[in-house]
Design a protein around this ligand. Structure first.
Ligand SMILES: Cc1cc2nc3c(=O)[nH]c(=O)nc-3n(C[C@H](O)[C@H](O)[C@H](O)COP(=O)(O)OP(=O)(O)OC[C@H]3O[C@@H](n4cnc5c(N)ncnc54)[C@H](O)[C@@H]3O)c2cc1C
Length: 439
């Protein structure tokens, strides 16, 4: 039986494993294995909600092990370290427990077809101090870490306000670097969280207890959206209290301080918490696999999603460089990763077919971009393939369309009936549990 190994169970890799498990795996035409460094999956576009506490990973995350048992694939916990292409094996790093004690030695997994879907991480563009002093939203544990820091900072603030402590009673200041969707959505979600603190009776906290500065190097936020939509989003942020600084280059990061270059010269922005959300790159280790990579470490792929020069290694999602229409690279989004997972599944099924059918090329369908400014506003554009039109949407319709992207992901993983039950369960939870995770 042919062995298909998928490395990375994120927005793209997990959808692919589920589909291949329920087709080739179930019919015993291939053995499907998913490898991930984590035990649970949290859909990455929701990480800013994890930070604010409006999304509870404890309740909403998916256990790979349990999911694999229901969907006819095998799950292996571990981190990809290298590939032996001649012997068709991947080598895993030794496995450590949460105390840093080694629990498993380096292992190997054999494959006939390999899919690399390891996603991306923040790009610090070589700026000093980012790793040491900034929070990043690369994974659920990092988002949880920032969530706890945010809660603790407000605990100090509330005690200072009540006169219990001598610490500063200045508003909690959070500086976010990067005016793309991640930075913008996080800024709005943090204000939503502070309003909820007030509702659950945390002492002396109100909307003005938070100050957010959003720093963007170019002349406007949300560069992927038309200028008028970005302006609307900026107005909404401004109304909530976000200070949006454009044309500001961050030169270096120090403890609790952004050192910036502005028209007036070098400036320092001091803040209690610093968050880096300025662009992404693929993980560094991809450069050491002996496969072609580009300047942001992405694996260079043909249109079939086969890595250039390979006949049995595919790549997809944020870690893959694939050309879209007009010779422009396909963007690193969950939308693109999901479409690539579908095409990669078709091509793997074609490879396994005894008559080895021809592989199909990937064609990216951009359905638009939506940005959620928490409960304050949702807005964006929808691109319509049928009429070739670009629709601006906002408010309830936009919010519904935004949520539907997550529902589509759940549908790909659990099918229609279970997704419906999950929607019901989550709406019941919202009624019986606090609106914010406070731990
Ligand atoms: C805060 C935030 C908001 C976003 N909002 C949106 C949005 O609204 N719309 C949208 O389309 N996109 C959005 N994105 C982007 C989207 O999340 C990514 O484009 C998408 O998740 C990429 O999918 P992927 O499968 O390539 O990688 P990921 O979903 O990142 O999955 C990669 C997987 O690989 C695993 N992995 C990594 N390295 C290894 C290794 N060495 N060995 C084993 N496993 C490994 C990881 O644990 C992870 O499970 C957002 C991202 C963030 C951070």
């Amino acid at each position: 039986m042919q062995r298909i190994l998928i490395v990375g169970g994120g927005a793209g890799g997990l959808e692919l494993a589920t589909r291949l498990g329920n087709t080739l795996g179930k019919q015993k035409l291939a053995h499907i294995t998913l490898l991930d460094q984590n035990r649970v999956h949290v859909w990455k576009p929701l990480l800013h909600e994890v930070v604010a506490g409006s999304f509870d990973t404890g309740m909403e995350s998916l256990s790979y092990r349990a999911h694999s048992a229901d969907n006819h694939y095998d799950f292996r916990l571990g981190r990809l370290a290298s590939i032996d292409q001649d012997r068709q094996k991947v080598v895993l790093e030794p496995q450590f427990d949460h105390h840093g004690k080694q629990i498993l030695e380096s292992r190997q997994i054999s494959y006939d077809y390999l899919v690399i879907a390891v996603g991306s991480q923040c790009n610090d563009f070589g700026i000093s101090g980012v790793k040491e002093h900034c929070f990043r939203l690369d994974s659920a544990p990092e988002a949880e870490d920032l969530h706890l820091t945010f809660l603790n900072r407000f605990l100090q603030f509330s005690e200072a306000q009540a006169g219990q402590l001598g610490s500063s009673n200045q508003p909690v200041h959070i500086a976010i670097v990067g005016g793309g969707a991640t930075g913008v959505e996080l800024a709005a979600e943090l204000y939503n969280a502070v309003d909820r603190f007030e509702q659950v009776g945390i002492r002396k906290i109100h909307h003005q207890s938070l100050r957010v500065t959003l720093v963007e190097a170019t002349d406007r936020i949300l560069p992927v959206l038309p200028a008028e939509i970005a302006l609307k989003a900026q107005k909404t942020l401004f109304k909530q209290g976000v200070d949006v600084l454009t044309n500001v280059q961050v030169k270096a990061i120090e403890e609790n301080c952004l050192v910036t270059q502005q028209a007036e010269g070098e400036q320092r922005i001091n803040a209690d918490i610093l968050v880096w959300a300025a662009g992404v790159k693929a993980p560094e280790f991809l450069n050491k696999l002996g496969l072609p990579t580009n300047r942001i470490n992405q694996l260079v792929c043909q249109q079939s999603l086969l890595v250039q020069g390979c006949s049995n290694i595919f790549a997809l999602g944020d870690c893959a460089s694939i050309m879209g229409a007009n010779e422009r690279p396909v963007p690193a989004t969950a939308q693109a990763a999901s479409q690539q997972a579908k095409l990669c599944g078709d091509n793997l099924i074609a490879c396994i077919d005894e008559n080895r059918r021809a592989l199909k090329p990937f064609v990216y369908h951009d359905h638009g971009t939506l940005v959620s400014l928490s409960r304050f506003q949702t807005l964006g554009n929808l691109l319509d393939d049928l009429f070739h039109k670009n629709w601006f949407i906002e408010g309830k319709i936009a919010h519904w369309a935004y949520i539907s992207l997550y529902r589509q992901h759940q549908h790909a993983l659990h099918g229609g009936f279970k997704t419906l039950i999950m929607m019901l369960a989550s709406s019941i939870q919202k009624r019986i549990k606090p609106k914010l995770k406070l731990y």
